[in-house]
Design a protein around this ligand. Structure first.
Ligand SMILES: NC(=O)C1=CN([C@@H]2O[C@H](COP(=O)(O)OP(=O)(O)OC[C@H]3O[C@@H](n4cnc5c(N)ncnc54)[C@H](O)[C@@H]3O)[C@@H](O)[C@H]2O)C=CC1
Ligand SMILES: O=C(O)C(=O)CO
Length: 324
């Protein structure tokens, strides 16, 4: 008998076929309270789950007594209660590496579009406002050779540092839980404490995971330490930044602008104050959203689940210790 697996996000046909070859797969629409109630028997039998963007907390795990592995189609795993999974002996697989370069591209796009006001001025052209040679009210600020501050120097931070340093001649400052030797040797990146990072950088680029420690790590007090000309970029997770404090800082020009791919509430509510501010570029969480990369993430997640349910957690496992 093949193990039962619940799929809660659609997959390309070839990857679904690969999953079907190994498991008895049932696709459901997300892990909402309604779908969990509707599929209670199925979830009670499931040995594996695969999908993304749904909360998997202790209460849900309680309904899945046979669960041995969860595979998320993402690198971030803040939707999962990892402690509860550890206690229950469930492994959590994720998709680092495959998306790193694409997310760094998105961050660089946010840096450029917020500094050079790309979205705002393109909208003005479409609205017919380009009637004569442009003046200073259309100008942006330079990116090249400005100081790039990276908060969270991991895989994505490193790929961003490469683009900024080698492509744009930007000196790199960073803060992370520990020194990143490769960033220091390849890009001459300078480690500094958070206050120094805030005070010195022209671009504060956040590529942090969401944890208890990073929740609202950037709030009113931290924004007040930034340069008035500085731009904040967040592609980590929305709740790392206190959004109300950010809105206030953007309104009163404590900082110059923001480029955001992630928000405290997603989708961003249509009445969000952020959408009324001209100095904000807001993207719909597209960090990894290219055809190639999303396919690669789904492929890796499928392979991760096949490996995990066979007892192999050498690669892409958040908590391999549960099987050791
Ligand atoms: N916008 C998007 O579409 C995407 C967003 N992400 C987000 O980016 C995050 C980072 O991804 P990777 O670079 O692959 O992860 P990573 O684990 O390689 O890097 C995370 C970095 O954050 C640092 N960090 C963690 N906690 C910290 C703390 N309390 N203080 C200072 N530094 C801290 C770590 O030291 C490390 O340098 C993901 O967890 C996810 O939330 C990832 C992919 C796509
Ligand atoms: O992988 C992640 O963590 C994302 O946010 C989407 O790519």
């Amino acid at each position: 008998m093949k193990p039962e697996v619940v799929l809660y996000k659609s997959l390309p046909d070839d990857l679904r076929a690969r999953l079907d070859a190994h498991f008895t797969v049932t696709a459901i629409k997300g892990l909402t309270p309604e779908s969990v109630e509707e599929h209670a028997d199925l979830l009670a039998r499931a040995e594996g789950i695969i999908g993304s963007s749904c909360k998997v907390d202790d209460a849900l795990l309680e309904k899945m007594p046979k669960l041995r592995a969860a595979s998320t189609i993402s690198v971030g795993y803040d939707n999962f209660d990892v402690d509860a999974m550890n206690q229950r002996g469930i492994v959590l697989m994720h998709t680092p590496t495959v998306l790193t370069e694409t997310v760094a591209d998105t961050m660089m796009a946010l840096v450029l579009s917020s500094a050079r006001r790309v979205v705002e001025v393109a909208e003005r052209v479409k609205a017919g406002e380009w009637q004569r040679s442009i003046g200073p009210d259309w100008f942006g600020i330079d990116v090249h050779h400005k100081k790039m501050g990276i908060l969270g120097m991991g895989r994505i931070g490193l790929a961003l540092a490469q683009r900024a340093h080698h492509g744009f001649g930007m000196p790199i400052l960073y803060n992370a839980r520990k020194h990143h030797e490769e960033a220091e040797s390849r890009f001459n990146a300078q480690y500094c404490d958070l206050d120094t990072l805030l005070q010195e950088c022209d671009f504060l680029c956040i590529s942090l995971p969401l944890t208890e420690q990073t929740h609202h790590m950037i709030g009113r007090e931290q924004l007040a330490k930034m340069k008035p000309g500085a731009i904040l970029i967040n592609a980590g997770r929305g709740p790392v930044v206190d959004e109300q404090a950010l809105i206030a800082a953007l309104k009163d020009k404590t900082i110059h602008a923001a480029g955001l791919d992630v928000f405290e509430q997603e989708p961003l509510p249509a009445d969000s104050e952020l959408l009324k501010l001209p100095n904000v570029v807001a993207l719909p969480h597209i960090g990894s959203a290219t055809h190639e990369t999303r396919y690669g993430m789904a492929r890796d997640a499928v392979e991760n689940l096949i490996a995990a349910l066979a007892g192999n957690v050498e690669k892409n496992c958040v908590n391999p210790q549960v099987l050791r």
